[in-house]
Design a protein around this ligand. Structure first.
Ligand code: ADP
Ligand code: MG
Length: 702
């Protein structure tokens, strides 16, 4: 049992909190204990030592602090209760102050002739600046530079604010907390690291991160806390990898056999790119090594990851093993099943498909076949990792478009057989380096960095909705020359009904402009029955329909080389990686392909930037980096659940340097002391167990 520490005290018992505020702190900010509050870091700081004059106020300032006199206080509105205004004057001019609530008791507070310090965010209305709800206090010796120049700003929410817990209120709680817990803060980095990196002790950092004594200490405090956060992630990942490599046996695929050779020499209709060959060699090396392979395969949309997966599975089969391929959606699983079955037909292999909607009779049969070894390849969705799915001799698992599966799910695969299968993880789109290092830092990485030859780069255009007719004209031209067209609508969970209406309206308008019998239009969305979906997909894939109207269900993997136009409606509502995925559905054949991003006229700055990036580059790595910059890691698809990115202070968009450094330090530490047995590293081991209690128990694997 874990012994309760003082820092585990429920936050309710902190002076100034109590049961009601404690409830809110839990619900809104996941602050349960003293420790949680201690680790709830300010997201920025304001410099309260700096004063501005009225004439220096500009529209882009986050806040200003001005000294002056307050004059001409007035109440406005019906019964004079809607707002209060006043002027703040200094030698350079005057600026309006305004309050919309809570001013009744305020109005008699301001005394004529007294100098005040006013602090708040200026906004520009027409040509006039106002500061709404400023903090105001009289100039007294204590008021200026009271504790320190830098004041913390904490995230808060409307609910918290209504209970007095705005940034300032939270700051007060932290201020009460710090002296109480100071002696209970334990060091979490070993002294040899602290000494060699010249880092401050942890308690000092925690005090300074909330209430910095000065700029330099704040910088040092933040640097250490960021380092520490990233360091432990890396120690965990690297130690897992190391122990896996030394303790886990892997199946040895001794030979390249008939299936592989037959396919490669007789049935592959194109030659592999140099990058594909290189990756296959890397996989071959892994599966010969006697260790379990855990490899991440990164490659841009359309770079040909599937064929690499397929040929790796043939290696397994040549050595008497079964393989499985796991896809994130039913549609994609089905498409893999179809295309892989077609490609492998001449080899006479037995391939099964298992998804959530597989009928129970079929399911029973598949499961029995699998167990008896009558199936060579099983393709499916995450239904594959359920415990009832038992293989006779599973040698390789390929996970396509991985970052929708969590890290924990990956680990579950190991329990599928005595010797764990080799694992090949393929990502849908490139992921930024910092993210890859954090999410997949325990994997070896292969990159396919070239596209198959003969591909023409996709031309991407941004069009406003009002130019729709022009776009329709272009679609007609393309259809006339034998091509096919996708039209995609956003579908966002919360407003699914509304979006579905967008989709069906859009479908109807397209049918009006592209009427039968000359044209035929397919529609696919997530609410359709899988069988209907598949039917529509097939009609389009086989060229029976000209236009596919769809939601993002077609985002991943779908492969129809004859489709050359991707029209994305309300493109401003999509994230960058999603746009890039969608665009990757075209440009798969030899014809010139186009991606047309439709949007309304008024766009947010971020949306405009996203569309601009799409128009200017086809490079998935660049797009991924921009995506991370614009949205931050929390929003990148599929990473939310993984938990590993609940970073409290480090920022993957800005701290690549610290991350690299932390990884290097973690590596060095583990090279010197793999099991963290040395007494100097006891602190690391304790902290690791605390942070990752559910981590694989390597000690038990021998
Ligand atoms: P992704 O990496 O996005 O999963 P796919 O594996 O779906 O890409 O491949 C995209 C298309 O390119 C498929 O139609 C595939 O058959 C084709 N392809 C893959 N490798 C080659 C190659 N070396 N030469 C020509 N075409 C290829
Ligand atoms: Mg793919």
């Amino acid at each position: 049992m874990k012994r309760l520490q003082y820092l585990d005290t429920p936050v309710e018992y902190l002076k100034g909190v109590g049961p009601k505020r404690a409830d809110l702190l839990r619900e809104e900010l996941e602050i349960f204990t003293f420790q949680d509050l201690l680790h709830f870091y300010p997201f920025r700081y304001i410099d309260r030592s700096r004063f501005f004059t009225v004439s220096e106020v500009r529209a882009d300032m986050l806040y200003v602090q001005i000294r002056g006199r307050i004059t001409d206080i007035q109440l406005h509105g019906k019964n004079r209760t809607t707002r209060m205004t006043a002027w703040l004057e200094d030698a350079t001019g005057r600026i309006e102050l305004v309050w919309f609530r809570g001013f009744k008791w305020l109005k008699d507070q301001f005394k004529p002739g007294v100098e005040y310090i006013v602090f708040g965010k200026p906004s520009l209305f027409g040509s006039k600046f106002t500061i709404a709800h400023p903090e105001v206090e009289p100039v007294t010796p204590g008021a200026i530079n009271q504790d320190s120049a830098m004041q913390p700003v904490y995230n808060s929410t409307e609910k918290l604010k209504s209970m007095g817990l705005d940034s300032r209120g939270i700051g007060k709680l932290v201020k009460t907390l710090l002296p109480q817990v100071r002696d209970h803060i334990r060091e979490t980095l070993p002294s040899h690291i602290l000494a060699s990196l010249k880092m401050l002790p942890r308690d000092e950092c925690l005090l300074n991160v909330h209430f910095p004594v000065n700029d330099i200490l704040l910088k040092k405090a933040r640097a250490r806390l960021k380092f520490e956060e990233l360091f432990y992630i890396q120690v965990n990942l690297l130690q897992n990898r190391m122990l896996r490599n030394s303790k886990l046996q892997g199946h040895v695929f001794t030979q390249i056999g008939d299936y592989f050779n037959d396919f490669f020499h007789k049935h592959l209709s194109f030659s592999l790119t140099a990058a594909q060959k290189r990756v296959l060699k890397e996989i071959r090396g892994d599966t010969l090594s006697g260790r379990q392979m855990n490899r991440l395969l990164q490659g841009d949309v359309g770079s040909g990851k599937t064929i690499v997966a397929l040929m790796s599975m043939l290696m397994a089969i040549d050595n008497g093993f079964q393989s499985s391929l796991m896809a994130p959606t039913e549609i994609l699983a089905f498409q893999h099943y179809e295309s892989i079955s077609t490609m492998l037909r001449p080899l006479g292999l037995r391939i099964g498909l298992l998804t959530g909607s597989t009928k129970s009779a079929d399911r029973r049969e598949i499961l029995a076949d699998l167990k008896e070894g009558r199936l060579d390849i099983l393709i499916g969705t995450h239904a594959l990792i359920e415990d009832v799915v038992r293989f006779k001799r599973l040698g390789l698992v390929v996970i396509d478009e991985q970052h929708r599966f969590g890290v924990a799910q990956r680990a579950r695969l190991w329990s599928k057989s005595q010797v764990p299968p080799h694992v090949l993880v393929m990502t849908a789109t490139p992921i930024p380096r910092t993210l890859a290092m954090t999410l997949y830092g325990d994997l070896d990485v292969s990159v396919i960095d070239e596209l198959p030859p003969g591909r023409k780069p996709i031309k991407t255009l941004h069009q406003y909705d009002r130019n729709r007719l022009k776009v329709f004209g272009f679609m007609r031209e393309q259809i006339k020359s034998g091509r096919q067209v996708y039209v995609v609508y956003p579908l966002i969970q919360e407003s699914e009904k509304l979006d579905l209406k967008d989709l069906t309206d859009g479908y109807e308008s397209i049918v009006r402009d592209f009427p039968p019998p000359r044209y035929s239009v397919s529609i696919v969305h997530g609410r359709m029955k899988p069988a209907d979906k598949d039917y529509e997909m097939q009609r389009f894939a086989q060229g029976h329909t000209h236009i596919m109207v769809a939601t993002t269900v077609i985002e991943v993997g779908i492969d129809v080389p004859n489709a050359t136009v991707m029209v994305i409606e309300s493109a401003e509502r999509f994230g960058l990686s999603q746009l890039h995925q969608l665009r990757g559905r075209v440009g798969r054949g030899a014809e010139q392909s186009y991606c047309i991003l439709m949007s309304k006229d008024e766009l947010s700055i971020d949306a405009r930037k996203r569309l601009e990036v799409m128009v200017t580059t086809n490079d998935g790595f660049r797009i991924a980096e921009t995506d991370l910059q614009l949205r931050g890691p929390g929003d990148i698809q599929g990473t939310q659940q993984s938990g590993i990115l609940d970073l409290k202070i480090a920022d993957l968009t800005q701290d690549e340097g610290i991350l690299q450094f932390a990884r290097k330090q973690a590596k060095r530490l583990l090279e010197d002391d793999p099991m963290l047995d040395k007494s100097a590293n006891r602190i690391v081991r304790a902290q690791l167990n605390k942070l990752y209690p559910e981590s694989v128990q390597w000690g038990r694997i021998s």
